[in-house]
Design a binder for this molecule. Structure first.
Ligand SMILES: Cc1ncc(COP(=O)(O)O)c(C=O)c1O
Length: 293
C-alpha cells in the first residue's frame, strides 16, 4: 500500500513578482513521493481503490513514450502487487525511453499502437467499454481524466489553509484544473495548456463543472504558452526556468511546470494579476519525463 503525507507550501523567490507586489507560493507536490510525484497519486488513488473494490485483475491505460501517468501507474501497480498494462503511442522497433524502461522493470506489459488506433483509444472513456477486449481489467483513460481522479485532486483542499486569489497548474487532460476549481471556489484557477489546440478543454471543463453544480466560472485555460506544442520549448522558457531554479530549491520540467510559470510570467507582466494578490502554483511533478537519460 502507498501512503503519502501532505506536501509543503513554500514562498517562491522571483524578482518580477516582488516588483509587482504579488506574493507567489508553490505547493510542492513534486515532493509527495520519489516516483509517484505531483498530481499523479492524487489522480490515481481513488481509481486504484475502485479497481480493487471491483476485483479487477489488471490496470490498463495509455500514454506516450515519456508519459508521467504510465510511469506512476506502473510503479503503483508494482508496489501494490497489481498487474499493469500500457497501450503506448510508439513504434515497437523504437528503443525504449527511460520512462518505458522503468515501466517494464516494474512489470508493466507494453503494447505499441499506431497513431490511428491511439486516437480511437482516446474515445474509450469508461471502464465498461473496454472490458470485452481485456476481461477483468480496469481502464484508466488518457491522463486519468475521470470523476474519481478529479475527486483525488479536490482532496488537496484539506492541505491549504490560506486563501489564494489565483491558483496556477499545468493542464493536459484537465482533471487537475477541474479538481482545483471545485476545491477552491474562492480562487481563480488557471490551467496552463501544455500543448497547442487545447481550446476544446474549455468545453470539457465547462460541461464537467456545470454537471457538478458549479455555476460561477472561477477558472480559465491559458492556451497561449505551449511554446509551439507538447514537449516543445523556447529560449524564453529555458531562460525563465534557469532563473527560477537559481533562486529557489525546486526544479521545473519544461513540459508542464515550466510553461505554467511562463504563463504566470506573462500574467504578471501584463498586470492581469493585480498587485497585492496571492498566487499559489501547484508543482505537478513530471521531472522524470524531462530526464535526458
Ligand atoms: C507533470 C504533469 N503536470 C500536469 C499534468 C496535467 O494534468 P491533467 O491531465 O490533470 O490536466 C500532467 C499530465 O497528466 C503531468 O504529467
Amino acid at each position: 500500500m502507498i501512503t503519502l503525507n501532505s506536501s509543503p507550501i513554500h514562498a517562491v523567490s522571483w524578482k518580477l513578482a516582488d516588483d509587482r507586489s504579488v506574493r507567489i507560493d508553490i505547493k510542492r507536490d513534486d515532493l509527495l513521493h520519489p516516483v509517484i510525484s505531483g498530481n499523479k497519486w492524487r489522480k490515481l488513488k481513488h481509481l486504484i481503490s475502485d479497481a480493487q473494490q471491483k476485483g479487477c485483475l489488471e490496470l490498463i491505460s495509455m500514454g506516450g513514450n515519456w508519459s508521467n501517468h504510465l510511469h506512476a501507474l506502473a510503479y503503483a501497480g508494482f508496489s501494490m502487487g497489481l498487474k499493469t498494462r500500457a497501450l503506448v503511442r510508439a513504434h515497437p522497433d523504437q528503443a525504449l525511453t527511460p520512462t518505458l524502461l522503468d515501466c517494464k522493470k516494474w512489470g508493466m506489459v507494453l503494447e505499441f499502437t499506431d497513431r490511428k488506433t491511439y486516437a480511437e483509444l482516446r474515445q474509450k472513456i469508461s471502464w465498461d467499454s473496454f472490458d470485452s477486449e481485456y476481461p477483468g481489467s480496469y481502464w484508466f483513460s488518457e491522463g486519468g481524466f475521470s470523476s474519481l481522479a478529479i475527486q483525488g485532486v479536490e482532496d488537496m483542499k484539506a492541505e491549504v489553509d490560506c486563501k489564494y486569489d489565483y491558483i496556477f497548474a499545468g493542464c493536459g487532460s484537465g482533471a487537475t484544473v477541474c479538481g482545483l476549481a471545485r476545491a477552491f471556489p474562492e480562487s481563480y484557477v488557471v490551467g496552463v495548456a501544455a500543448f497547442s489546440g487545447a481550446d476544446y478543454l474549455k468545453e470539457t471543463l465547462s460541461q464537467h463543472l456545470k454537471q457538478a453544480g458549479r455555476k460561477a466560472e472561477n477558472w480559465a485555460i491559458d492556451t497561449k504558452h505551449h511554446c509551439g506544442g507538447f514537449a516543445k520549448s523556447s529560449e524564453e522558457l529555458e531562460t525563465l526556468i534557469e532563473e527560477l531554479e537559481l533562486f529557489n530549491s525546486f526544479k521545473l520540467d519544461p513540459i508542464y511546470n515550466g510553461k505554467t510559470f511562463l504563463a504566470l510570467n506573462s500574467w504578471l507582466c501584463s498586470a492581469t494579476i493585480p498587485s497585492g494578490s496571492r498566487v499559489l502554483v501547484i508543482h505537478t511533478g513530471g521531472l522524470q519525463g524531462a530526464r535526458k537519460t
